[in-house]
Write a protein that binds this ligand. Structure first.
Ligand code: ATP
Length: 282
């Protein structure tokens, strides 16, 4: 018996870091959505937990977030079974696209089924928070307002129609390093989340994009000028809006029209090795 779970990449339509908790955790308010670029997580019954990947770059041991998710579920439920987990990797690693978190969430959903645990999405999200702050969102993998330390996930329903061009510069970002460098007092970028939410509710693409911003972008862009260079290119070629996802370095452009997105995608390919034209899920 094998269970296969799709683990889609996420992008942050908005990301606001509100304050730092005493223990160092951040308080977030962000609108996230998932796109049709995905890893595939294959899960088979086994006596112990093991993880393999086809990537060559990722740890295949307890450092893998998929392994940590399986372990967290095992501990929470008290089951003694294990699982053989294989990850078919398509999402670029350490890119701001939540690949590891999405794999972890896929493991939670898959093992919930394999081990007949019957946990709700809310329960899986709570368990997932022990692995990473993006895992609760990835348990849902549908457009949502995410707040708290990442554990409060409020699905938002359908988005206005648009296409997404992802451009990943060839550099990897350490999220903890960016978060350590983030200074709340000199925060320069702040989304208008109410506008983003109103745009989604009213199916108004222009209103949604008018509120978008990513508070972490200034920190990453200051260290890596490629971020602003890619954003400028996306806009120059016709994207309606361009922004960094998560802590970067992937930058995305949104286009209301597919023909425009195809043009942006083809033009970007000349400047960036990893470019994807994707659609939001659902
Ligand atoms: P985040 O913003 O949540 O840190 P990201 O999208 O920037 O995520 P990931 O691809 O999730 O980056 O990788 C972050 C780190 O997690 C990398 O250092 C990677 O080695 C490690 N990692 C552990 N397990 C996985 C996995 N299954 N897939 C990807 N990365 C993983």
């Amino acid at each position: 018996m094998e269970i296969m779970q799709k683990a889609p990449a996420k992008i942050n339509l908005s990301l606001d870091a509100l304050y730092r908790h005493r223990n160092g955790d951040h308080e977030w308010r962000m609108v996230m959505t998932s796109v049709d670029l995905a890893d595939y997580v294959h899960i088979r019954p086994a006596k112990t937990i093991s993880v393999t990947t086809d990537s060559g770059f990722l740890p295949e041991d307890p450092r893998n977030l998929a392994y940590q998710a399986a372990r967290a579920l095992q501990q929470e439920s008290g089951v003694h079974a294990g699982a053989r987990i294989h990850i078919e990797k398509h999402i670029p690693v350490a890119a701001g696209l939540g690949g590891g978190s999405s794999d972890a969430a896929a493991v939670l959903r898959g093992l919930n089924e394999l081990w007949h645990l019957g946990y709700s999405r809310e329960q899986l999200a709570r368990i997932g928070l022990r692995v990473d702050s993006d895992v609760p969102y990835c348990v849902y993998s549908e457009t949502a307002l995410v707040s708290g330390r990442g554990e409060i996930v409020e699905p938002l329903g359908k988005l206005p129609q648009f296409w997404v061009v992802l451009a990943k510069p060839s550099l990897s970002i350490s999220t903890p390093r960016i978060l350590r460098a983030f200074d709340y007092k000199s925060k320069t970028l702040c989304p208008d989340n109410d506008k983003v939410l109103a745009g989604i509710k009213q199916n108004d693409f222009a209103l949604m994009t008018a509120g978008m911003a990513n508070s972490l972008e200034a920190v990453t862009a200051q260290r890596h000028p490629e971020i602003n260079a890619l954003k400028e290119r996306l806009l120059k070629y016709g994207a309606d809006v361009a922004q960094m996802s998560g802590s970067g370095p992937t930058v995305f452009g949104l286009c209301a029209k597919r023909s425009r997105a195809v043009r942006v995608y083809n033009s970007m390919k000349g400047f960036c090795r990893e470019v994807y034209l994707v659609h939001t899920l659902g």
